[in-house]
Design a protein around this ligand. Structure first.
Ligand code: ADP
Length: 171
């Protein structure tokens, strides 16, 4: 199936989609930015699921570039897919890890049978990745993907300026 890609300006926690991707940190126990917003709006069921995953599978935390799904709690979604983006480095190329976040999240959601998925611009907030390049990496993976069930991937950009820069990359 060819994936239809959409760019929208908005808040990821307001999206209706089968899967909503969280720009988590490796602890899986919450943080700022998208992570904080998802836990606030999604309610305690998400954190409870994260805690139990942490205890059962990820004692050392979820590795950068990997992804795992939980309930979406009160969000308008069936699943939250938590992925850990790389922190931007001015000296080392970590873009493969960033692309892995998108690829792994797509695979996890597709295996669950999701048809729609919404992504934030992973690593482009607290983790410091330049927005234009973050959008370019995201689009590269989304455009190359050939999922079985997914039909639509939405890249949700927070604020007009981020949306403008990302849309420029989409061409
Ligand atoms: P990271 O730690 O991976 O950098 P952040 O959550 O800090 O993740 O930021 C990732 C991107 O998501 C940034 O572009 C940030 O502006 C944006 N963002 C922050 N809050 C929201 C939200 N509620 N919905 C969508 N995007 C958001």
């Amino acid at each position: 199936m060819v994936l239809q890609i959409e760019l929208v300006q908005g808040d990821i926690t307001a999206q209706e989609a089968d899967a909503i991707v969280n720009a988590a940190n490796s602890s899986l126990l919450g943080g700022g930015g998208v992570d904080g917003a998802i836990h606030r709006k999604g309610g305690p069921a998400i954190l409870a699921a994260c805690r139990s995953l942490r205890a059962s599978h990820y004692g050392r935390g979820l590795a950068t570039g990997q992804a795992v799904a939980t309930t979406a709690g009160n969000l308008r979604a069936r699943w939250v897919v938590h992925t850990v983006g790389p922190v931007w480095s001015g000296t080392e190329d970590r873009s493969e890890l960033l692309r892995s976040c998108y690829a792994t999240s797509l695979r996890v959601a597709d295996e669950l049978g999701a048809q729609t998925i919404a992504f934030p611009l992973i690593s482009a907030g607290i983790y410091g990745w330049p927005v234009a390049d973050a959008a370019r990496q995201a689009l590269t993976v989304l455009r190359a993907s050939t999922p079985e069930h997914l039909v639509e991937a939405r890249l949700v950009l927070f604020g007009a300026e981020t949306y403008r820069i990302a849309a420029e990359q989409a061409g």
